[in-house]
Write a protein that binds this ligand. Structure first.
Ligand SMILES: Cc1ncc(COP(=O)(O)O)c(C=O)c1O
Length: 404
């Protein structure tokens, strides 16, 4: 990726502790390009109004921008219809929506929900909540030591009681890209719907929900160079149509009387209250930005960085990578000798290198590997091999400090 592209991210000019920022925490959130920041500014400077309510010019402009953002999102993931795109706060809210709306209607005592060992807490806890409410129970697909799903175990878990499969497309901790097309086909052979947590996938690869044939797909704008506070739930129209509203309020109704309320059609049925309109504007521009570079180009660049780091890390004594699946995005979790990941991250920060240390909201996965935490490097499209070289020098500094 060229320097012109990096210039589009003003934050990359920051000095951290007197050193140029090296931002390797993209799985937590990505930085925002100027075009996204400016589009949101422009909206508040020139177009701000509430949507779907008033006839005045600003309201029309705001409504048009919001509706265009939905169409852009539809096209980005190749959904069949705009009515299948629900704007939510993020992946977490999307999964809670499905658990509460689809789950409350369809789950009963003794039913089973299949998730996996590598899920983010966002794809565990919402299902535990609905289990408590309905008497359904969780079944957890095992993983292999290299961080790949145990597909034999997955197949064995599916049965008449399985009511939904909810699996991550890409692991935020291991980087594993799961074979979700196969996973979906296997579930569909048993007539089981599948929700895919796409939080870590959409910024790294082309996603086509029709080709995948997933029933639900959830993602967050802030992990794909867009703003925080907005995300997407894709759902097949027939499923969304069959589901009761998740929240009640303005904009999700067609008629309200004290005796009875009739709900709006999709997608409004699931968008109660004033939405994150400026967020939708930012998301649309982030999609344009990704498309202007090309998802294949981004995938290739990040994969090259992953290969480079994998190779160079072999030269660092005591560094052990957790998660070595064959198919991975640019996410590398590691432990370094007996040094606590928080110490590693703190020293790296003094060198300007931002990484994440902790359980990455995957505590059951940490239990599986028998570690309390890891340090995680996660690449974005603006990262470079030179930054990896500086990171390696900084890691050697950490080792030296702890060798004293
Ligand atoms: C795999 C995965 N799922 C879900 C989430 C939750 O996303 P959000 O906090 O944007 O709702 C994350 C965030 O890190 C994630 O990595």
């Amino acid at each position: 990726m060229n320097t012109e592209l990096r210039k589009q991210f003003p934050i990359l000019q920051e000095q951290i502790n007197g050193k140029p920022l090296i931002y390797f925490d993209n799985a937590a959130t990505t930085q925002k390009p100027l075009c996204v920041i400016e589009a949101m500014d422009r909206f508040y400077f020139h177009d701000n109004a509430n949507i779907h309510r008033s006839v005045h010019t600003l309201a029309q402009r705001a409504t048009e921008s919001y509706d265009q953002a939905r169409e852009k999102t539809r096209s980005f993931i190749n959904a069949k219809k705009v009515s299948e795109i629900i704007f939510v706060r993020g992946t977490t809210e999307a999964i809670n929506l499905v658990a509460q709306s689809y789950g409350r209607k369809n789950f009963h005592a003794g039913d089973e929900i299949v998730i996996s060992t590598m899920e983010h807490h966002s794809n565990i806890v919402p299902w535990q909540l609905i289990c408590e409410q309905t008497g359904a129970k969780l079944q957890v697909v095992k993983i292999h030591e290299n961080g790949e799903l145990d597909l034999d175990h997955y197949e064995k878990l599916l049965n008449k009681r399985t009511k939904i499969v909810a699996i991550t497309h890409v692991s935020n901790t291991l980087g594993t890209i799961n074979p979700i097309k196969k996973i979906i086909a296997i579930a569909h052979a048993h007539n089981i719907p599948v929700l895919i947590d796409g939080a870590q996938a959409v910024s790294h690869m082309q996603v086509d929900v029709q080709n995948l044939d997933c029933d639900f797909y959830a993602f967050s704008a802030h992990k794909m160079y867009g703003p925080t506070g907005i995300g997407v739930l894709y759902g097949k129209e027939n499923l969304l149509d069959s589901m009761p509203p998740y929240q009640g309020g303005g904009d999700m109704i067609s008629k309200v009387t004290f005796a009875k309320t009739e709900y709006a059609d999709l997608p409004q049925k699931f968008e109660a209250g004033t939405q994150n309109i400026a967020g939708a504007v930012g998301l649309a521009v982030a999609i344009d930005f990704l498309n202007s570079i090309g998802m294949d180009e981004i995938s290739k660049h990040e994969h090259d960085l992953l290969k480079y780091l994998n190779k160079i890390s072999l030269e660092i004594n005591g560094l052990k990578i957790i998660g070595n699946a064959l198919d991975k995005v640019g996410v590398v979790s590691f432990v370094l000798d007996k040094i606590h990941p928080h110490d590693v991250a703190t020293i790296l920060d003094t060198e300007g290198v931002a990484v994440r240390a902790g359980h990455h909201c995957t505590m059951p996965l940490m239990d599986f590997y028998g570690v309390p935490a890891t340090t995680r490097v996660s690449f974005g499209l603006y990262n470079t091999e030179e930054e990896i070289d500086i990171f390696v020098t900084a890691i050697n500094k950490v080792k030296k400090i702890f060798a004293r």
